[in-house]
Design a binder for this molecule. Structure first.
Ligand code: BG6
Length: 466
């Protein structure tokens, strides 16, 4: 068994709205996440004065980040994925002047990371946008939002140009098809045509951010971020194979635009056949030619599709509407566990784009139990991560260029789809429950020591699958 390459980045991934808390600290504005108390698939609810949401405090990373970073450093992290809350920088999203106290927070955070020798990988927009942009402009349905996003992106590139060299534009940009409010700030029942138009605006904004990043920080690299929802045919029936190809294209198209610079033919056909006319200017087309430097993605599960519409026994809890794979087991939340799928996806993406890849999310959401001695024996998590990392190494052996691996939620945080604390991903336990009770103290789980060893040995401590 070989060690992972020396330059391979190891770490964890987080999002501002799931860890920071401090939802109104230092002039922060209200984001869409602040009015979605039940998670990204949940409805938008106006704030009731005095009523707390779990994310208002989250795990209080806003105040505890130095101690948390010290724990990441103890595990040997070389990279931490964080996101900037747009509303800390521009509380309403459309101001010209940035909020200095918001900018200063991320300065302190990046300085702390630098002192710990941990490289930040920064997402510009992770499942939140200023709520005022939704109210005033109708979210990404308006072209105006492209300019506001570009201004925000240029502001943070300029401010952090010496501190951040790895950037991502929009988290899981393809999620807008399943959760339009979360992705593009549109009502859940929106027409397909409106959703694709808003997505188009976001793709243009992403490309403009790429261009701005290249100009302002020439030695930085900027990537896209896809929800890697690999779909298999349920059988070898050619109809199933074709259906799986179409399903995969429904999310790969985002990557095609971001990595190749224009809409693929199959998407133009889809628009024609669904009577969708995208308002696409010549300038938009020029903007789209600014392609990303690398492809990043999240990977949790796979599923199947059939050409037979009567087969619609969906995976429980699965947000992607896929059929269960009879060969795979599921997590407590019904997400089907498929380490081999990660190797397949890495190879597919590499073959398709020939650009470096970055696995920026992967992990097992599970309920943990603190035993009488205050320990958490999370062997299930260790198995999951071990088996996936073994497949990452296989992909490297296959010749795939992989920049790094940041597992999701290295410290327990508020889950996105259900806004729960009980769905835990961390190597570090946080004492807080779904009702917001708990001391917020941190405990190292068994997986903490396991991951530290994996990083220290550059993967030589991983156990090969039987
Ligand atoms: C990804 C998101 O979809 O999956 C994260 O980018 C999210 O924000 C993660 O937390 C895991 O999903 P969940 O619902 O288990 O938190």
């Amino acid at each position: 068994m070989k060690a992972f390459p020396e330059a391979f980045l190891w770490g964890g991934a987080t999002a501002a709205n799931q860890i920071e808390g401090g939802w109104q600290s230092d002039n922060k504005g209200i984001s869409t996440s602040d009015v979605q108390p039940n998670g990204v698939m949940g409805k938008m609810e106006e704030r009731i004065p005095g009523k707390e949401n779990l994310k208002d405090t989250a795990i209080d990373f806003y105040h505890r980040y130095p101690d948390d970073i010290a724990l990441f450093a103890e595990m040997g992290f070389t990279c931490l994925r964080v996101s900037i809350a747009w509303t800390r920088i521009f509380p309403s999203g459309d101001e010209r002047e940035a909020n200095e106290s918001g900018l200063a927070f991320y300065d302190r955070l990046f300085d702390e990371l630098a002192a710990a020798n941990i490289q930040p990988l920064v997402t510009l927009s992770h499942y939140e946008m200023p709520y005022d942009l939704v109210k005033r402009y109708g979210g990404w349905g308006s072209r105006k939002v492209i300019e506001h996003f570009e201004h925000y992106a240029k502001t943070v590139f300029t401010r952090y140009q010496h501190k951040v060299k790895l950037w991502l534009t929009f988290n899981e940009i393809n999620m807008s098809l399943h959760a339009p409010y979360t992705g593009v700030g549109l009502p859940e029942q929106s027409e397909k045509a409106d959703i694709y138009q808003a997505i188009h605006h976001q793709l243009v904004a992403s490309a403009r951010a790429v261009a701005a990043c290249h100009e302002i920080i020439p030695d930085a690299r900027i990537g896209n971020m896809l929800l890697g929802g690999l779909v298999y045919p349920l059988s070898c029936h050619p109809g199933d194979i074709l259906q799986a190809m179409q399903e995969n294209r429904s999310w790969l198209f985002f990557g095609d635009v971001q990595a190749r610079g224009s809409y693929p033919g199959y998407m133009l056909r889809f628009f024609r056949e669904h009577n969708i006319q995208i308002d696409m200017t010549d300038q938009d087309q020029k903007d789209l030619s600014h392609t990303v430097d690398f492809i990043s993605f999240s990977y949790y599960l796979t599923g199947c599709v059939s050409h037979d519409e009567t087969i619609n026994n969906k995976i429980q809890g699965n947000i992607l509407n896929m059929l269960p794979n009879p060969h795979l087991e599921s997590s407590e939340w019904g997400w089907q566990i498929d380490p081999t799928g990660l190797r397949i996806l890495l190879n597919e993406l590499w073959d398709r784009y020939q650009k470096p890849l970055f696995i920026v999310e992967n992990g097992l959401g599970a309920k943990d139990r603190v035993d009488a001695n205050g320990k958490i024996h999370d062997d299930y998590r260790i198995h999951y991560l071990n088996d996936h990392l073994v497949q990452v190494r296989e992909a490297i052996e296959d010749g795939v260029d992989i920049l790094g691996y940041t597992s999701w939620g290295p410290i327990d945080l508020v889950s996105a789809s259900h806004a729960q604390m009980s769905k835990r991903y961390g190597y570090i336990y946080v004492d807080r429950d779904d009702d917001g009770h708990g001391s917020l103290s941190r405990i190292r789980k068994d997986s903490f020591y396991w991951y530290a060893e994996v990083i220290r040995t550059r993967g030589l401590s991983l156990q090969q699958l039987k």
